[in-house]
Design a protein around this ligand. Sequence first.
Ligand code: TRP
Length: 337
Amino acid sequence: MEEKVLKKRILTGDRASGNLHLGHYVGSIVNRLKLQEIYDCYYMIADLHALTTHYEDPDAVRESAKSIFVDYLSVGLDPFKSTLFIQSCVPEHSELYLVFQMLVTISRAQRIPTLKDKLEDLHIEEGLASLGLLGYPVLQAADILLYKADLVPVGEDQVSHIELTREIARRFNYLYGQTFPEPEAMLSEVSRLPGINGNKKMSKSLGNDISLSASREEVQEKVKAMVTDPAKIRKDDPGHPEICTVFAFHKAFNKENAPYIETACKNGRLGCVADKENLASVLNDLLEPIRTRRAELLRKPDYLRELLELGNEKARKVASATMAEVREKVRIGPLSF
Ligand code: TRP
């Protein structure tokens, strides 16, 4: 019991917009598998955050939340070690978000760099963002502080949200008394996985991803379609692995053999076709046990529901304690005479 108290708490999550792909796998899943052995981990499926951009397609949000939950379990996030839960199943997220909205000025929210990127991606004119989209990082602060998390594993692009979270914690503590710790971002050192088209980032919305639930054939096809060195036309032409997408994947998923592949490609001893067949089989070896577990889980919907309720319930316990404290401090909630 003593040990449990000393464990630092981690909170992180994924927006429920799409399913998990190999980019998530190298960028966050591998790290989360290690973290769950050391810390008290909360892994959240952020369906409310997904609504900020997908509110016109709620079915997609629900499907994505389901598929991410099954992905979590299939890759080995352990519902008995970590707390796996759905954001909207813990209504305190919305309530704390509302309180935090008092503590952030509109201009501060408008200066968060991810807002600009989102508006560009969604082709929304500046000034026409919904309040929901503007509040996205404030909701994220509520996610983190509700659990009084110490560490937040995120990518570089999320650092501005953690900074805002720290500001909100400071402001709340100043106004109402010490309540929240100031969480720290925990950046993973893994490099970003490119998309199969050679784009810097693998992303479902860019259509260049390989999903964790892709079939064997799909993996083979996507690898076949990968962009390689355009100067390597014939098998024995010398290649430039440093600009080749296939090689970037070898570095991420086939570390042991990457040095050999690099030399063989440069020397013109390894052609792109054989190289791709090799990569597809490496990826399929990685994904096969995940596929098997997914298929098993999908045959047991009652068990899936139970596991999800287990996580939701654990999350609600912590969240309701924090929210009771917050209500007391900001003098809302039941009156006592
Ligand atoms: N904004 C994060 C992303 O786009 C997802 C997220 C929502 C999150 N709430 C969070 C991450 C809380 C860390 C902590 O990836």
